[in-house]
Design a protein around this ligand. Structure first.
Ligand SMILES: [Zn+2]
Length: 201
């Protein structure tokens, strides 16, 4: 059986605690996580959640919590990161958002999964939705299919926080880098992994 770190909840072999620098954020973030993402070893949503107290991961099929969330969110004080024909550029609205936002919703899943979640909960489309105009390119190389204009969930969340509140989000990027290094590993480890895979056929 795999041993897990008690603190970060990742397997001990990929524990990110040494890179963890907790920081405060000025609003509540709800990450609607597709159920299939929850068990994905390279998922970055959990990294966001362990870095601060105000990020909450909600499984997309957890009807009770989703319903509670629906009661909490109001179009006046909430927003969702979801690019669509109706979404606006986050960069163009950052000052207004910084004044009024109390809740931000981020969807954690592939494009298709995110679309499915929006269909499942049409009330989400009532929230002001935003896309990015000038986000940096992803630094997350260990997964190929990412949502949010090619960004990982962590990167999208970090970019939004940095853009709207101008806060230093480098602790988040450092966490992602730490996790990524576990997977890439030093070169001799990489070769060893390859051999193991071949042996397994
Ligand atoms: Zn840990």
């Amino acid at each position: 059986m795999r041993a897990y770190c008690e603190h970060c909840a990742y397997p001990l072999s990929t524990c990110v605690c040494s890179a963890l620098v907790p920081f405060d954020i000025p609003l509540d973030i709800y990450i609607l996580q597709h159920a299939k993402e929850a068990s994905h070893a390279k998922n970055t949503a959990k990294l966001v959640a362990i870095s601060n107290q105000r990020t909450h991961i909600v499984a997309h099929n957890d009807a009770e919590r989703i319903n509670a969330l629906k009661q909490t969110l109001s179009p006046n004080t909430s927003a969702i990161l979801y690019p669509s024909d109706n979404s606006a550029a986050l960069e163009d609205h950052k000052d207004a958002l910084a004044r009024r936002l109390t809740h931000l919703v981020v969807i954690d899943g592939s494009w298709r999964q995110a679309f499915g979640i929006m269909q499942l909960y049409p009330w989400l489309t009532m929230l002001p939705s935003f896309h990015f105009n000038s986000a940096p390119q992803t630094q997350y190389a260990i997964r190929h299919t990412q949502v949010k204009a090619g960004l990982s969930t962590l990167e999208a969340t970090a970019y939004a926080l940095g853009c709207v509140y101008n806060i230093d989000v480098s602790p988040l990027y450092n966490l992602q880098q730490a996790m990524q290094q576990h997977w890439q590993g030093p070169k001799h480890h990489r070769r060893a992994t390859k051999k193991t895979n071949l042996a397994r056929g």
